[in-house]
Ligand binder design. Structure first.
Ligand code: GZL
Length: 310
């Protein structure tokens, strides 16, 4: 019998919690907050897990330090929401050498050998950009010139790379579209407002602001209104956004955001399913893309908003 008075046959081992070390980017946006909550709601002791949560405050060095700490603590799984795509090979090789499976969630990583991570679950960011551009193609058809301000997310993150590729492909495909300003707002409201304010000081001849997440859209809308202009449906500047968080869809219902492309943050249950598969000796899909919707302000209703869980 072991110390918990369980028979050696296995009672004790069944009670062992699976220890998960999670390296999270930070708390830069509503999306990130919802993503962190989903992980915390899923990896509970009641569900058989012990979660070690680390917030890297937006710095890759802190993520690398956290992963090394997880290795020292001999966790059972390392889950990483990577801030950017590069710079992971060395530390993931250390995790592999320690025999700890690594699951990548949300953004993707670019590593020399793809056996440095077990599997990935996240969004198709290029597709998100293409969905937004397809809507813009219809919405802006017939306009002689379309001048676009492009507020990019954290440079080098998959979300920024894919959404930017989508817009830039759209610009190439439309001779009357022109990106008149392109700058990172770091996925935050404050930086998004600051950047949009400085752009509006240079020009107000703008038709669309393409914001790579909701928080930058909120900042841009504040800047547009402070400049005496109207954002959204029937306004001076069309606002396109990504994430479709609760706050983002509220602004869409208010018609200040014209179109919002969902990026689903509820990865907790998805990562738990991957871990359960690995625990059962199965080999999960290497890449698991999440299905996502998009919301046009003119079709937005309070019922749609209230039915959302984040
Ligand atoms: C997308 C995620 C992005 C969100 C931003 O999956 O990586 O990071 O779009 C968040 O809101 O900051």
């Amino acid at each position: 019998k072991d110390s918990n008075n369980n028979t050696a046959a296995g009672g004790g081992s069944e009670n062992k919690l699976i220890v998960v070390g999670f390296s999270q980017v930070g708390a830069e946006s509503d999306w990130r907050t919802a993503n962190s909550q989903s992980m915390k709601d899923t990896f509970t002791e009641a569900n058989g897990y012990k979660l070690i949560f680390d917030d890297a405050q937006g710095k890759q060095d802190n993520q690398i330090t956290a992963i090394r700490n997880f290795i020292q603590q001999e966790v059972d799984y390392i889950v990483v929401a990577p801030i950017g795509e590069t710079g992971w090979d060395t530390v993931l090789q250390e995790a592999k050498d320690a025999g700890i499976p690594v699951i990548i969630v949300d953004r993707m990583i670019d590593v020399a050998k793809d056996d440095l991570f077990y599997c990935w679950v996240g969004s198709d960011f290029r597709k998100e950009g293409d969905v937004a551009v397809a809507w813009m193609d219809k919405e802006l058809a017939g306009k002689d010139e379309v001048k676009i301000v492009h507020l990019q997310g954290t440079i080098g993150s998959s979300a920024q790379i894919g959404r930017t590729e989508g817009l830039e492909a759209g610009e190439k495909a439309h001779s009357n579209w022109e990106i008149v300003a392109q700058q990172t707002g770091e996925f935050t409201q404050a930086k998004g407002q600051e950047v949009m304010e400085s752009i509006l000081k240079q020009t107000t001849d703008i038709d669309v602001v393409y914001c790579e997440n909701d928080n930058m859209a909120f900042g841009a809308i504040d800047a547009i209104e402070a400049a005496g202009m109207k954002a959204g449906v029937g306004g001076d500047i069309v606002v396109v956004s990504f994430d479709a968080t609760n706050a983002g869809l509220t602004m869409t219902l208010d018609q200040k955001i014209n179109y919002n492309v969902e990026c689903n943050p509820l990865h907790g249950p998805r990562v738990a399913k991957l871990i359960e598969q690995i625990e059962a000796g199965q080999i999960p899909e290497k890449l698991a893309y999440v299905e996502e919707k998009a919301f046009d302000a003119r079709e937005m209703t309070k019922e749609i908003l209230d039915a959302r869980s984040y």
